[in-house]
Design a protein around this ligand. Structure first.
Ligand SMILES: [Zn+2]
Ligand SMILES: [Zn+2]
Length: 447
């Protein structure tokens, strides 16, 4: 069951209903008298994986999620599914006293519960976050009891305050391992609360997080809610170091390189692309990941990321020629001159880097050459289940006789940077969430 934490100041009550004493699954309720808003809407992915297994066992609605401890039992917050989970009941819960749900960033551990939300409650999210959700929904099939139909999204921009009756919510961008990440400052008539979401100070653009710090400091917060994902085994590696290490390895070998990274971590994608271009490598990528990156870059000119068509080969699956979105996309990139490879004919070539290789590692059986290496450039597996997934890829690499490197810089601040943030903001009180050891960090920060 979720551990919860309650904090009060006059008529304002904060309840941490998810993400307390665990990494992710953030869900925070802020109540002023009889009105409520929520910050983030995730559930514990670790707990989810302990109970469910796709495709054999999937959640069957919100009552079940509450019963197994994945969703907090809260009135007025959830929808009711009709037609055996094919549709949410749009009429259900019209008289709710919940004003809104605010999403800090589109990582699943902060929004996995959204399909269960009462359709009469609007969801506020940054513009980039909304674009990312749209792209996801275009390339994935949403299961029964897990559909987005009828959800009402509203977008916000940094520093533009949203007023909802007696709540005033000001989003301010922060730097994290996904674009479109925000912290919030929430004012009720008697209390000011800050929530950083997930953040770091060692990424490509720490000024984003410093903007949040400066603004939060002006408010003289009664309470700051912040994360402490990294408490032990903290490595001090910056995104710049990742770029330089990748470039060094890319330059040291002519052989094929297998590389796994998150495809929504734009900073990492930039490091990989730039290192590959500089080392004169060709990038090979699965169509689904390419669809996502290509469209996101097209939409968000601010990323200033270039896709050089001569540096890309896109793996397609000719057996998939059914999906409309897939057909249209393949036609588009073919017409733009990208080279396409049918997955059945996939070969490993010198001076090529194979992105998202775990998705097609089976097709590489009996096709590897001595000298090929693999690089994991994504988060360390931090729970048992993702550790097991990682072990499976290692097992495949052992069959293919390929050694592997890990080159990564975390999306989360290290303890000293958390201290920097808290010292500057100087909140009267502090809650640590998104952490397995909140008491350790609270003490470390002097609270
Ligand atoms: Zn998170
Ligand atoms: Zn995150």
């Amino acid at each position: 069951m979720n551990q919860t934490l309650e904090w009060r100041n006059q008529d304002t009550v904060v309840r941490v209903l998810g993400g307390y004493r665990e990494i992710g699954g953030n869900l925070i309720e802020i109540r002023y008298r009889d009105k409520r808003i929520y910050l983030d809407f995730g559930y514990s992915l670790k707990r989810y994986k302990e109970l469910y297994e796709w495709p054999r066992r999937k959640p069957k609605g919100i009552d079940e999620l509450i019963n197994v401890g994945l969703a907090p039992p809260v009135d007025g917050l959830y929808t009711r599914w009709i037609n055996e989970g094919r549709k949410p009941d749009l009429e259900y819960g019209k008289d709710t006293d919940v004003y809104a749900v605010f999403i800090s960033h589109p990582h699943l551990d902060h929004m996995a519960l959204l399909p269960q939300l009462n359709r009469n409650i609007p969801i506020y999210i940054g513009e980039t976050g909304r674009d990312i959700l749209n792209l996801w929904n275009q390339v994935s099939v949403r299961e029964k009891y897990n559909k987005y139909d009828g959800l009402v999204f509203k977008t916000f921009r940094s520093f533009n305050t949203i007023e909802l009756d007696e709540f005033r919510v000001t989003p301010v961008h922060v730097d994290h391992s996904i674009p479109g990440s925000y912290g919030f400052i929430v004012e009720t008539p008697d209390t000011v609360i800050g929530y950083t979401g997930d953040f770091r100070l060692h990424g490509q653009d720490p000024s984003l997080t410093y903007d949040y710090i400066m603004r939060a400091r002006e408010y003289e917060l009664d309470l700051l809610i912040t994360e402490a994902t990294r408490v032990h085994d903290v490595l001090d590696i910056k995104e710049k170091d990742v770029y330089e290490t990748l470039l060094k390895i890319f330059s040291l070998t002519n052989k094929a390189i297998l590389l796994d990274s998150s495809y929504i971590d734009i900073d990492r994608i930039r490091s990989i692309f730039n290192a590959a271009y500089k080392a004169g490598k060709t990038l090979v990528i699965g169509w689904r990941h390419f669809y996502f990156i290509y469209n996101l870059i097209e939409r968000e000119k601010k990323f200033k990321l270039k896709i050089e068509k001569d540096s890309f080969k896109v793996i397609i699956n000719l057996h998939m020629r059914k999906k409309k979105v897939y057909n249209r996309f393949i036609d588009t990139i073919y017409n733009k001159g990208f080279q396409l490879i049918d997955i059945k004919n996939l070969e490993l070539s010198d001076n090529h880097i194979y992105l998202d290789f775990p998705n097609y590692i089976q097709y590489l059986l009996n096709k590897t050459f001595p000298g090929t290496i693999a690089i994991f450039s994504n988060s360390e597996p931090y729970d048992e289940e993702s550790y097991l997934d990682y072990r499976k890829i290692i097992n495949w690499l052992n069959i293919l006789m390929i050694p592997s490197y890990r080159i990564h810089s975390s999306g989360h601040a290290n303890p000293i940077d958390i201290k920097k943030l808290v010292n500057q903001v100087q909140p009267k009180d502090l809650i640590i969430i998104h952490s397995e050891y909140p008491d350790v960090i609270k003490k470390f920060l002097g609270y």
